[in-house]
Design a binder for this molecule. Structure first.
Ligand code: SF4
Length: 691
């Protein structure tokens, strides 16, 4: 058998799809990936993985991989050597900086690349260019959740571990299609629910698998989650279910918050959310009487024009019921990409250094400047622009050059028409990627990077767990790991950092950042892992808030809120509400899953989910093509009729189409963090004469 032939190699690696952070051994011979073998030692997943982790690796050997740098000349790409490409990039970035100032450049780091690569991205932006215009794709997903957590409890990450979710008495899942987007966490919840009697409450406009399994399923009207969450908080106070000892000991602002809940009666909540009063009461009683509650949320909450406020409302509810700091409790924003948590943790944020230290904090700025061997004045104390604002600034001509690593901004940002015209306005654009992506097509220089299995590095999963991934294969052709590309680019811009291994980058970060003080590659060797914050002696933090909250007085804060309607909702002309999201078998723009034959064949075409009611109303049959038009554009897909959606709500998977769903989405966004309101898109539907 093939397992007995010589040359079989087994290497520990970490999945680079979702934020669960499954680790496993990859069995290879030469460049052939023979199988993925999970083992019980894997801290997040044990012996489980999902279909993507097991089978979605063909892209690594795809003939479409970029193996040489590309330089645009007379409107076409030509292959170039690394020296020529990197010299050009270094020269043009410095020219733009010197001509138009540091803030005329923007950097988007990758949520799939390693922590060390995120660190170098922001180091180049901050130290060499002098701008805080650096970001990652958390701007498009969980930034509002982080904001909600900062307002209330203080750390921008999951409160505990996957194990806490498993051991909670009650799990509440809100706006998260966990079974498809975080399959291994979902399987642990399913097991706890089935075998140990864990109670499951699901709140979602779409009746997905976890909703089918729930003990209680609530189907709110779109964009009304703040209302039911606040009504539940009010119910806790009114019915003696608030955790008074916890509130007295650990929480500020209780009276003011309680007063702010006055409008959120059950009647008001029922009228706005459409959830029956009895169901609201049942949810409140279940949560209020439980010893431990974990609340999970995702894009169904955050990708709204008030996602930060709704995330805050969910965290408020957990505080009111004393569900922080104990095993089996806490708030869990489910991180989407494998390293979207790490990209933020390691500083690809417009306002924070690695370890969530504010760029506007003089002490932090001084420490980072010292760590990097420069005077503090060299580092900007001005909050920079995130992805969304950078693109808008590019359109206005204020941002002249962008450097995008592994992000499919031209497909994934909202309102892609504007994104494309913004990219066309740029004087200079660099894309570093595995493929000639839709974004790379706009670039002046494309640098061929390596996927996770062709390099070493570390990643942070959704439970703040830092894990090492080892090199399985040699880089394909002349492609290079991102950390090497960035190190060589920095040297060409006068900063010879001399890193020869990612461990040196992590060691530097640990020396400067208190949050990662005790992180070393030795402590992460093999299957070992650390959950931040990590003290200098290597003690890590599987469960946060056990000794209070990281705010000045050690307390958490309840944050009063008002409900505000969505920026875009169905109206007379655009009479349907378009929901969108991921599927189990695909990932984002399908740049990887789409090039993995075993998995692409599972669901190779896009479709739009239509409710049976709407199908009857408009005469739509299974497979009939429909045209969806928003105020921006139109796209066409065949209809799938299903009761996963109800009434006048449609659901569109985000992976498909040229153009895809973001031709329809608009520019309205959360005012606090500028996350586009992807889930607030009003459309009209036309039935086409085609099947
Ligand atoms: Fe695990 Fe997520 Fe990868 Fe699936 S996609 S194997 S759940 S990390």
């Amino acid at each position: 058998s093939q397992w007995r032939q010589p040359g079989l190699k087994k290497t520990k690696t970490v999945c680079t799809y979702c934020g669960v952070g499954c680790a496993f051994e990859m069995w290879t011979r030469d460049r052939h990936i023979l199988k993925v073998q999970p083992t019980p030692e894997a801290p997040a997943n044990g012996i489980s993985t999902c279909i993507k982790g097991k089978f979605a690796w063909d892209f690594v050997n795809s003939e479409k991989r970029l193996t040489m740098p590309l330089i645009r000349e007379n409107g076409r790409f030509r292959e170039a050597g690394w020296d020529e490409a990197l010299d050009l990039v270094a020269r043009r970035l410095l020219e733009v900086r010197d001509t138009h100032g540091p803030d005329s450049l923007g950097f988007i780091g990758s949520s799939k690349a390693t922590n060390e690569e995120a660190y170098l991205t922001q180091k180049i932006a901050r130290l060499i260019i002098g701008t805080n215009n650096v970001d990652n794709s958390s701007r498009y997903c969980q930034n509002p959740a982080t904001k909600g957590l900062f307002r209330t409890v203080g750390y921008g990450g999951d409160a505990g571990s996957i194990q806490d979710i498993e051991r909670a008495e009650v799990v509440v899942i809100v706006g998260s299609n966990t079974a498809e987007n975080h399959p291994v966490i979902a399987s642990k919840i399913k097991a706890a629910h089935k075998l140990r009697g864990q109670k499951l409450i699901v709140v979602d406009p779409r009746k997905h698998e976890m909703a089918e399994r729930a003990d209680l399923y609530l189907r709110p009207n779109a964009s009304t989650d703040l209302v039911w969450a606040s009504a539940l908080s009010r119910y806790m106070f009114d019915n003696d279910l608030a955790d008074r000892p916890f509130l007295e000991r650990w929480v500020n602002n209780v009276d003011e918050y309680r007063q702010s809940l006055a409008p959120f009666t059950l009647e008001y909540a029922e009228s706005l959310t459409g959830i029956a009063r009895d169901d609201l009461i049942e949810a409140a009683e279940t949560i209020g009487r439980a010893r431990s509650v974990c609340l999970l949320w995702a894009m169904g909450i955050t990708q709204h024009s008030h996602g930060s406020d709704t995330s805050t409302a969910l965290s408020n509810l957990l505080l009111v019921t004393g569900n922080y700091g104990k095993p089996g409790t806490g708030g869990y924003p489910m991180r989407g990409h494998n390293n979207v948590q790490g990209a933020s943790d390691f500083g690809c944020l417009r306002n924070m250094y690695p370890g969530y230290e504010k760029v506007s904090d003089p002490a932090a700025r001084e420490r980072w400047a010292k760590g990097w061997g420069v005077r503090p004045e060299r580092l900007s104390d001005q909050v920079g622009e995130g992805n969304f604002l950078m693109v808008q600034s590019a359109e206005k001509g204020a941002i002249k050059a962008m450097y995008i690593i592994g992000e499919e901004t031209a497909f994934s940002d909202a309102n892609t028409h504007n994104v494309h015209s913004a990219f066309e306005e740029l004087d200079f654009m660099v894309v570093q990627d595995l493929f000639l992506s839709r974004t790379a097509e706009f670039a002046d220089v494309v640098l061929p990077a390596c996927p996770s299995v062709e390099k070493e590095g570390s990643y942070v999963n959704t439970e703040r767990r830092i894990q090492r991934s080892y090199q399985v294969l040699e880089p394909l052709g002349d492609s290079r790991p991102d950390w090497r590309i960035l190190t060589e680019l920095a040297a060409r811009m006068g900063h010879d950092w001399g890193y020869t291994h990612p461990s040196q980058i992590m060691a530097e970060c640990a020396r400067i950042s208190p949050m990662f003080a005790g992180v070393t590659y030795a402590r992460l060797a093999g299957w070992k892992s650390l959950q931040w914050p990590v003290a200098a002696d290597g003690t890590d933090s599987p469960l946060l808030y056990t000794d209070g909250f990281p705010n000045e007085d050690g307390n958490a804060n309840l944050h009063p809120l008002e409900w505000q309607p969505p920026e875009e909702a169905a109206d007379e002309e655009y009479d349907l509400s378009l929901d969108n999201g991921r599927m189990l078998e695909q990932f984002q723009g399908a740049n990887q899953t789409g090039r993995s034959t075993g998995i692409w064949g599972q669901v190779p075409h896009g479709f739009v989910e239509v409710s049976p009611e709407l199908a009857a109303e408009r005469g739509i049959e299974e497979g009939t093509w429909v045209r969806l038009s928003s105020r921006r554009d139109s796209i066409e897909f065949p209809a799938v009729i299903t009761n996963r959606v109800a009434g006048h709500t449609l659901f569109l998977p985000i992976h498909f189409g040229k153009p895809g769903v973001n031709a329809l989405t608009g520019e309205h966004h959360d005012p606090d963090v500028h996350t586009p309101a992807y889930k607030e898109t009003a459309v009209k539907l036309e039935v086409l004469d085609r099947r």
